[in-house]
Structure formats: C-alpha cells, structure tokens
Ligand binder design. Structure first.
Ligand SMILES: C[S@@+](CC[C@H](N)C(=O)[O-])C[C@H]1O[C@@H](n2cnc3c(N)ncnc32)[C@H](O)[C@@H]1O
Length: 200
C-alpha cells in the first residue's frame, strides 16, 4: 500500500479497508438545501473526487447534468452501481489533474466537497487551474470548504477558505457569497464554509 495521496492506489486501499471516516451516508444537508433552493439553475456540473456520488446524484435528481470524477476504481464502480435510472450521472474514472481537454470551458458549475482537503497541498495551484479551466464564463464554483484547522498531516489536509478564494480569484473568479452553514453535519459545523464564486 502506498501512502501517497496523489495516487489512485492510496485511495483504493482506503475503499477496500472498510468504512471511510469522510462519508456521511448521504448528501450533505447543505447541498440538499442549495439544490432545493432554486438559487442555482440546472446546468452542466462537474464534481471532483466524487467518492460514492451522493452529492452528484442529489444535483442530478434536481435536473443538473452531472459528471462525477474519481480515480479510485471502487468509487467509480460504486457510482455506476448506484445510478438512478431517472437521473443518471456521467461517471468518469479519471485523474482530476489529467482530464480530457474536451471538457475545458463547458461546465456551468464545479461542485467541491471534501476533495481539495484530500489532495496534496502542493497541488492546490494546479487544482485551481483545473477548476478555472473547466468553467465557462459565468460558470460558478460551489465549494463547501474544509476542514478548517485540521491537525498536521493528512489527508485530510487543513483548508483555509481564504486561500482557495485567493487561488481562484487569481484565475478570474469573483466571490459571490460565503456562509457558515447552519445545516452542516454536527461534526463539521464551524469547520467548513460555503463559498460561491463566478468565473468572469
Ligand atoms: C476524502 S474522499 C471524498 C469523497 C466525496 N467527495 C465525499 O465527500 O464523500 C476524496 C476522494 O477523492 C478521490 N481523489 C483523490 N485524488 C484524486 C484525483 N487526483 N483525481 C480524481 N479523484 C481523486 C479519492 O479517490 C476519493 O474518492
């Protein structure tokens, strides 16, 4: 087993080892509220490191055309097995840092949850490059960013929302709003912040 979170093997070992501490057993209530709110018109959405796909399927049920990306084979298989025929998603078993060029500039939304804190912090500039590259002008980044103030080491690696906002702002995204969600699951309340940005 590798201890390098840049590799699919690291994550695949986690999936094979049993229950994962990051899973909520369903979509986060924060995204349930957003999906139901009507604030975001259905459109093309991409979800990095989608895991078992709960958040991806949630937005698909609300009419979004969702592409869920994960490079761990077990995660990709699980998402295929859990497809809802009435609201299918596109499952892409691929590395976020090596996506097909054809996807550039076509998405209305990037939906981030528990991914940026999972990747090697040295790759955050590259992460922001990919986010900015995938969005069309006017497209939005919806990120529930955390864990804020995680202990040293990782994953998860600590995420400061201000840092992610700055990385995306440097790539042409403007902050629309940020919020401490009252409906974060209890164990993440106060350590994750909702950030919405738009690509100019
Ligand atoms: C901590 S898990 C979170 C999964 C999901 N977002 C959730 O909230 O349950 C991180 C996920 O990102 C995936 N992942 C990590 N690095 C990746 C990369 N470079 N490309 C694609 N997927 C990646 C892992 O396989 C894992 O499923």
């Amino acid at each position: 087993m590798t201890d390098d979170p840049n590799t699919p093997d690291f994550w695949e070992s986690n999936y094979r080892a049993g229950p994962r501490r990051w899973e909520l057993g369903g979509a986060t209530p924060v995204f349930q509220r957003l999906a139901e709110s009507g604030e975001f018109a259905p459109g093309r959405m991409i979800v990095p490191g989608a895991g078992l796909g709960d958040d991806a399927r949630l937005f698909a049920r609300h009419g979004f055309q969702v592409t869920a990306v994960d490079f761990a084979p077990t995660a990709a298989q699980a998402m295929r097995a859990r497809q809802a025929p009435a609201a299918p998603i596109v499952v892409l078993q691929a590395d976020w840092f090596n996506l097909p060029a054809v996807l550039r500039g076509v998405f209305d939304y990037v939906l981030e949850y528990v991914f940026v804190g999972a990747i090697d912090p040295a790759r955050r500039e590259a992460y922001a490059d990919v986010v900015a590259g995938l969005l069309r002008p006017g497209g939005r980044f919806i990120g529930l960013l955390g864990p804020i103030g995680a202990p040293p080491g990782g994953p998860p690696f600590a995420v400061q929302p201000d840092d992610i906002i700055a990385l995306l702002a440097a790539r042409g995204l403007s902050l629309l709003r940020r919020e401490w969600p009252p409906d974060s699951v209890p164990q993440r309340r106060g350590v994750e912040e909702l950030v919405v940005m738009v690509k100019r």
